[in-house]
Design a protein around this ligand. Structure first.
Ligand SMILES: [Zn+2]
Length: 264
């Protein structure tokens, strides 16, 4: 089974940047001509509403699943938002985007409460971790994940984009708990040709394929382009068929509990 665990759509075609087509139609067209068995869509409340991605998922039953999102700026009220989401929709995890959701340290107790609730539902928390744009050098998303892991040891936590330029720190963090996973989306395209490219595959080997989740970050990297380049790199670097089976699907099946039914 081939699973892309990290893809986005947006209500506006250029809602994720003028260079990319983030529309539902473009995503579905890519999906239809891809070898993917399943793609996972990520809402980011309030920018990319849950209802919008759930609706898109219904257009390809069985082939799209969705994370859920809540707005941490709503404070404790977002705990109930999450409970309602988990009760009413077959979400596969909780997506947090500290940068796009304007999260500060003041929100950490709220995020700890959310992580408690996600863990109670055995749902992973996927935290965007890609220092970028204004304030990039003050990015503390890995410190947030470390704090959540220490406060809620049973929570499953996913470091999106392998921590970006902080990839080796992400690896150190992932090695502190068997319940921390690396999401491989976006990073290969961004750092191709730099020393980080080598670090990506070093980190996968070091942590093990059963702790890695393949993803594209569509539309930043289109579904097919991303899949083909990651497959090519893993083949070229001698990753076995079994290792690739984990990276491209088995890890996701376990962590996101993808064996059940549901559109989103
Ligand atoms: Zn993303």
């Amino acid at each position: 089974m081939i699973i892309d665990t990290h893809a986005h759509i947006h209500p506006g075609r250029d809602g994720l940047g003028a260079k990319h087509d983030a529309s539902v139609e473009a995503f579905l067209a890519e999906l239809d001509r891809s070898p993917l068995d399943l793609a996972v869509l990520l809402p980011i409340e309030p920018l990319i509403p849950n209802a919008f991605v759930f609706e898109a998922a219904r257009r390809r039953p069985g082939r799209i699943r969705c994370h859920g999102s809540v707005d941490p700026r709503r404070g404790d009220a977002c705990w109930e938002d999450f409970e309602q989401l988990a009760a009413e929709h077959p979400i596969v995890g909780l997506k947090l985007h500290p940068r796009r959701q304007g999260v500060t340290k003041a929100h950490w107790p709220v995020l700890k409460g959310l992580t408690d609730r996600a863990a109670a539902h055995d749902l992973p928390v996927l935290v965007d971790s890609f220092p970028h744009g204004k304030g990039a050098l003050r990015d503390d998303s890995l410190e947030l994940i470390e704090a959540l892991s220490e406060a809620v040891p049973k929570a499953k936590l996913i470091i999106a984009h392998m921590g970006g330029i902080r990839i080796l720190e992400a690896l150190i963090l992932a090695r502190t708990s068997y319940r921390i996973y690396l999401d491989l989306s976006l990073i290969l395209k961004v750092y191709k040709g730099s020393h980080i490219e080598q670090d990506i595959f070093y980190a996968i080997r070091r942590i093990g394929a059963d702790r890695c989740l393949y993803g594209s970050d569509h539309p930043d990297v289109p579904l097919n382009e991303s899949y083909e380049s990651m497959r090519r790199e893993l083949d070229g670097r001698g990753f076995t068929e079994t290792e690739q089976d984990w990276i491209f699907g088995r890890t996701a099946q376990q962590v996101l509990r993808l064996n059940g039914e549901g559109a989103g």
